[in-house]
Ligand binder design. Sequence first.
Ligand code: GLA
Ligand code: GLA
Length: 665
Amino acid sequence: MPGYPVLPEGLAYGGDYNPEQWPEEVWREDVRLMREAGVNLVTVGVFNWGLIEPREGEYDFSRLDRILDLLHSAGVYADLATPTSSPPTWFRRRHPGSRLVDREGHVLGGGSRHSFCPSSPDYAAASERIVAALAARYAGHPALAMWHVHNEYGWANAHCYCPTSAEAFRAWLRDRYGDVGALNAAWGTTFWGLTYGSFEEVEPPVTAPVGLLTGLQLDFMRFSVDAHIACFRRERETIRRFSDLPVTTNFMIPNCKPMDYWRWAAEVDVVANDHYLDSGRADPHIELAMAADLTRSVAGGRPWMLMEHSTGAVNWQPRNLAKRPGEMRRNTLAHVARGSDSAMFFQWRASRYGAEKFHSAMVPHAGTDSRIWRDVVALGADLGRLAGVRGARVAAEVAVVWDWESYWALEFEWRPSSDLRFRERIEAYYEALWREHVTVDFVHPSADLSPYRLVVAPSSYLLGEEPAKNLHRYVEAGGHLLVSYFSGIVDENDTIHPGPHPGALREVLGVAVEEFHPLREHEAVTLRPSSLTGRIWSERVRLAGARAVHEFADGPDAGHPAVTRHDLGAGTAWYVSTALDAESGLRGLVARVLDHADVSRPRGLPDTLELVRRGDHLFLINHADEPATVTGVTGTGVLDGAAYDGSATVPAGGVVVVRTQAPSP
Ligand code: GLA
Ligand code: GLA
């Protein structure tokens, strides 16, 4: 496999380029402006299927030929996309069986993209043909740097419930279970007498009058991931017949819940991600940092590509806020700090037509006499100065457990409280760690945990026996584990582990839970000592080897343990049985556990300063409205050329990157 990097040198800079929306005289201005901004890679052809195959089997590559030649003449590389996320209008009419059907049985319409069934054999045949034609034509084109298969698998058409999908699901189940008895055992179908006599009786989990079998729902989620991966593999293998260039597809970590990206990671030559700032949040850059850390972790620590983000507002949030001065630069450089070797945007030039005309771009409707354009040019210069960071790794001493299957299962209907949300707890712990200036990796619970001093499991509701043993062995061998409530409750079939909760983690945590006591919507409980506040959850914890660190001072479990600690073998396992927040005590608790686990981190910095080390580059990103001074910094300023000797002052809203003497891993 060719692997990373995709360009001969430096970081990749550019975006989605859709010149087909413009007359050719604009193309010439485009490439001139690309050079002015330092753009070296653009994604082309993402939605071109209907343009290059205007009628079934009739190809017209003339426009794409001219575009690729023009890019090459300007020294801009192409990330050539297969256009299969937007089938042509003729395809839909000719192959009605390929239409996407939702959970309620509606056949979804055309006039849009992603409107097809991922299990459709007609879609498979037609997409393979167009990919083969594209790959045969352009494999040797000198503009090409890489292949961009499809667009955002599983975003708009994650699940299809049509008869073809139902049949494919049954075949998948036969393959997984062999005989229907094994399926019945896994799903616990004695419940409500839903025992299946044959695979033919299984239907996808369409809308039902009341609660569906959760094993059925989980397996349909897994099947749907496989259906999309099969589509990707078909295209990748078709491209491989003609080209050895790296092949990827753009993930949506962490905002595409149905796709299990641990499974996807092995399929691509380089992990690529799209991330859009959630501008409605108070501190959206913390969610951005989490997305970048999770993407790097999915990439196994290797450099990854930021394939899409935005220069300013998007068009699909309730209120599409423009980025504030300096925010785009901070966003981009935070992705680079956390392992991206590229900074790509959706899109190069703002559209005049269609659904996305109010989405920002590198060249806005306002043209080049605009703040966005000036920032785009300045960012290109910054990225040029950062070329030396390419390929460097980010080291982390702390890992946070993230499992998509647990995400799905935790949020099925009929849980003890609708306030139990997977990302709610992960983000609370992530924020506390971010504010403590600790860089984290994310891990699947069955991963090798030995590199980490501390492993945090905020929402590990679904935890199989093997991953649970993995956590146990980790603690016994000297690791530190911090677990939040409602973890280790069910196995991989969503079946409750036998005995008191949390069945899979009872031994390692040294506690047994007698009864859950979820709180009312705005109810809070107090912990003592030190008056921490908990929300959402309370439960009756019995000590079974652990000791209480805090107890509930009020609420349904007053006088009983709230936070416990269990020394086991050479390590320690902590358990938190309520929802502490960053402001209400979580930060202090996390700091205490970090100290106990001997996790190194800078002290005394404002908690609005983002600090990340990537190889020998130290990134200091100031999210506050006043300057921040960081001591202990010696080296050369990469962006500003300054010599730092002992301290660095980061301007309000600014970024300083210092190349230090520290060894590059
Ligand atoms: C109803 C049903 C029971 C059970 C309970 C749960 O009463 O008859 O089968 O589902 O609700 O509260
Ligand atoms: C996604 C898609 C792009 C565009 C952007 C808009 O990332 O891949 O085609 O629709 O969203 O934010």
